[in-house]
Design a protein around this ligand. Structure first.
Ligand code: SME
Length: 153
């Protein structure tokens, strides 16, 4: 484990075990969100959006309620990641014109698409109150969780 960072490997194993026994997609998404929020202290808001037509619709989340429960594909960092079909990390949301504010405390954000056979099913969205909170370990953890979730959706 890198000094001062929580164990993303331990978190991935907790999520892998929880998803193996998840009974349905809703249960799987809820457990993944809960474990990420509980085990990664710098994750202030954790949610999953599902792609429905041309919009991302908020599913299970932990953190303060978001005003953005439906996001059109062309909007926000969420919409950009789904359109690009790639992870987006924003170190300073206040300097990104795409950013749709959820909380005034948010400083950085990561959005990771959940894909199957090249098609976007949804995405994991995480906000932090710390500037530049998301690095390579977070990207690896969350892309692995997205792969696990894609098998459950
Ligand atoms: N910040 C996101 C919107 C979702 S809230 O953070 C929960 C965006 O810019 O797409």
């Amino acid at each position: 484990m890198t000094h001062g960072r929580p164990s993303s490997r331990g978190t991935l194993e907790s999520i892998r075990a929880a998803l193996a026994s998840a009974t349905d997609a809703q249960h799987a998404m809820t457990r993944a969100v809960e474990l990420l929020k509980d085990e990664m202290p710098q994750y202030a808001w954790v949610g999953i959006y599902l792609l429905e037509g041309n919009a991302l619709v908020l599913g299970p989340f932990r953190g303060k309620p978001s005003p953005h429960t439906t996001i059109p594909l062309g909007r926000g960092i969420c919409g950009a990641a789904a359109t690009a079909r790639a992870t987006i990390i924003v170190d300073d949301v206040n300097n990104d014109p795409r950013y749709l504010a959820c909380s005034i405390d948010t400083q950085s954000e990561i959005v990771v698409p959940i894909m199957r056979a090249g098609r976007v099913l949804g995405e994991i969205d995480i906000d932090s109150d710390l500037r530049a909170a998301f690095g390579p370990d977070d990207r690896s953890l969350l892309e692995a969780v997205a792969t696990l979730l894609s098998e459950k959706l």
